[in-house]
Design a protein around this ligand. Sequence first.
Ligand SMILES: Cc1ncc(COP(=O)(O)O)c(C=O)c1O
Length: 356
Amino acid sequence: MGYFRDNIESVKGYEPGFQPFASLEDRPKEAEVVKLNTNENPYPPSPRVMEALAGVSGEQLRRYPDPVGEEFRRAAGEVNGVPADFIMCCNGGDDLLTIAFRAFCDENRAVGYPIPTYSLYPVLAKLQNCRVIEVLYDEEFNLPAKLAGTGAALTIVCNPNAPSGSFVSVDELAGLADELTGVLLIDEAYVDYAEKNCTELAKEFDNVIVLRSMSKGYSLAGIRFGYAIAQPGLIAGLMKVKDSYNIDVVAIAAATAAIKDQDYFKENVAKVKAERTRLAEQLRNLGFDAMKSSTNFILAKCTNAKAAEIYEKLTRRNIYIRYFAYPQLEDKLRITVGTAEQNDKLLRALKEILSE
Ligand SMILES: Cc1ncc(COP(=O)(O)O)c(C=O)c1O
């Protein structure tokens, strides 16, 4: 008999996108690499974040952190127009997903979500040993009507969706929240790049949790900070499940400074959106069918060559993007929007590859 529970033995584990600068020796090569594979922000965080980090004292490090991150809760509450007790701080959005699976799912309580979507959901389901009800999106990534009737204890809709970049209307999600008997978690990791968000649904419905990440619009993927927005009853239940100290002093300082600097945030997001428009146009000029995106990445269908081959050839040129050998995605590439310079390098390489 193996040491692990059967479901742990058999799960493959989540495969994060390749991080080429894992070791310090790799650092000098950083300039040669175009990294557009994990939807990071190409710009640095607000200068206020660096000031906040410099201001963290040894005394603060010696002590345990505030277990709930009250300072951040207040700041995030203000930005989102909700009281602080509607907010729960997390060690990245992924931490909230783990907490939600542990809180709502088990052998008798299923999870439901439309696919293709974030590939972490099935892994967490396997770890929790709960049944998975996957409902296929259509080619336009419209919300599948069947999702409302699965009977799942937890339904997750990633909105805007990864890896499609598509956006389901707030009204449709309100309708879904209303019909569901269980909890609806709306994964808004990429919502900073969309035109609307579902904060109002978290206020209105007692079964809605909105997930937010500081990794994308706020350029803090390295810090690991995210948060939940939900009614205090749900927040109190989720708090029972989280690690006592799931966010640390350094992360609280950085994330609070970042969310308070809304001017910098808005400018940062606007730059990425402008590049998104340009990159999508250029990809279309090269013959790719680039889907409309409400995120900081573009899903591009390859009409002239095999997606997997283009991906391989780009990787050999030190240009990293993402390819998923999954239904509806085999003929597509997911490309993070980079700086103008990075995007130009990618476009030049694609042009060469397509003319080979
Ligand atoms: C759809 C989706 N949800 C949640 C996350 C979690 O983000 P983080 O843990 O960096 O806040 C990611 C990260 O890429 C994501 O793509």
